[in-house]
Design a protein around this ligand. Sequence first.
Ligand code: ADP
Ligand code: MG
Length: 696
Amino acid sequence: MLAPVFLRELGQSVAVLKGAGKAVAERLARLGVYTVADLLLRYPRDYDDRSIFIPFSRFAQEARVHTVATVLSHEWFGFGRMRTLKIRVSDGSGAAVLVCFNRAFLETSLPVGSQVLVTGRFSFRYGEIQSSAFEAERLDAEGGGKQGILPVYALTDGLAQGTVRRLAKHALAEYGSRIEEELPATLAARRGLLGKREALGGVHFPPSQSVLEKARLSLIFEELFYFQLAVARRAMRRKEAAVPRSPVRGLLKSRLVERLPFRLTTDQLTASAEIAADMGAPRPMARLLQGDVGSGKTLVAFLACLDAIEAGGQAALMAPTELLARQHAATAARHLEPLGIRLAFLSGNVEDAARAPLLAALKAGEVDLVLGTQALFSEEVEYRKLRLAVVDEQHRFGVLQRLALGRKGPLPDLLMMTATPIPRTLALTVFGDLELSSILTMPPGRKTVITHLAKAGNEQKVYEFVRGLLARGRQAYFVYPLIGESERSTGASIELKNAEAMAMRLRAEVFPEYKVGLIHSRLKEEEKRRTMDSFAGGQTQVLVATSVVEVGVDVPNAAAMVIEHAERFGLAALHQLRGRVGRGTEQSYCFLVYSDGLTEDAKARLKALLGTTDGFALAEEDLRIRGPGELAGTAQSGYLRLTIADPVRDAKILEEARTEAFALIEADPGLLAAENAVIREVLKRANPFGEAAAQN
Ligand code: ADP
Ligand code: MG
């Protein structure tokens, strides 16, 4: 008897399985399947429930036909190597033709008069119901037709569904009995989960829908449990990393608040208090500040910076683009310089001559708050006492930057800000052990942006409306999907407008009496800055742009956002763009100009945008439209390596797994209890999230 192993430890090459020749092994390798474990961990992407029969007569209404038919005749068409067999069949509801490309052998295996089980997608072509993508098996042949629920695996060229099914079956028969449990027995029992072997069998070859359901649930729970266990352990380690704290009375903060021309909203105050409490606790903070566009996150971040500075430390605020970093620097100059805070700006574009003294000042502790781009955390930059790192719009940076942050000296407090609302489920998954503060309400006096759809061809009316706003002293953005002529859009069937050409047209023909600026990513930073300053200062009334203005730009006097070819932008981007207006107290407008031939998804996006301005609702809608698969896919390519769980679809199980994992780590941080020995072993021998844990 062979020793028991964890599923992931089944390292035998797939080539040892019966029926896996060299060619098959090569094709499996293309799918990343080398070992028996790889094979069994590739769970079916779908199932074909053949207990339900669908006759030929319903080929048009259903996704596929599944029926028992009699072979009526064999016919051949074409010549030479192209000679192809056509098998005519009938199931009583109607007749159909099986077009057997490269499957001449069916002539002998499906003789005239035999009963066959036919499954496939049929369509009406050349005057008959036919299919070339079908499976057909003789019912009276040995082994019979495959009934019940069949697994459907993701394939690659030349790899047949039947082959993978057969291999999976062999693998389970051969090695299944050796596979060990990976969860503590008490936990599995409490959750009513199937044993590992049973779950694995149930998910590959389900005897019934209810077993399939239970098997999937068991595997999903197990996977999410281990994922959350890694998160819990990380959180624990951070809690244990003690940092010395000097007491802070919040004097600088009070002075800033006193000088503000408005009062902080309740949510801003709450978020600020949460952050202050975190920064006073003897462990490094890791907090996500989430608030819709325009909710006033920047001020909350500045308040946190002031606490760090009052404690004798330095603070750094990083933005995703130079444009945004400069804007933050300008805001900081307005609000913080009067308090005597020493500010600096650093980006990749700061010239060497200015750079050296700046770096020296940072190192000497002569700068209190530095604002900039990623350059803030590059190798050359040394801080005397970095206490707080603020990262604006962190979703643009991903995990890498978090890594960079963690590497430099002792961990600073970390505050990430995002306006792209992250559904709670996803926040938990991707950010795991981040604490969350949310600003849900907008500053008072804001009016909801009024959104209109306009069909391409009617944009003159939109331009006229904007002219009215300009006449009243307001400003407007015009956004286009492309920068210039040279930028060819791939696969676009219509001519797309571009920012360069439209800037010229708007300047010459539409708004000749106003100043029209142009901004996009290909311009020099210097030029971008001048253009932006001129718009922010009101000297430029119309700003033509690409999606560079998507994030963070704050010009409260802008009252119109016109997005042409709106169908080309994603929902999150559209929401961000719309968030550039409605930042003042006057009524603002957003016009979504769309072209003919909208896809269903594009239609859904525009409709969602028309229906609500609530970023949280839109984020959930975005998930729904794009489907969880895509997001989970992103997560996978990032640092999660999930094989069966989908953090969005399985949100409820994720929560439960999280609760269990955190409780377990709380109760037994060292995993010393006898019943947790299995976890210890899994982490030691086959830890699926080992690398992920190290990355964070
Ligand atoms: P975001 O959360 O999108 O980063 P900002 O921090 O850019 O939002 O703030 C948007 C605008 O709202 C800024 O002009 C800011 O000065 C203003 N603002 C922030 N807080 C308040 C408040 N409590 N009352 C009124 N205006 C505020
Ligand atoms: Mg912002």
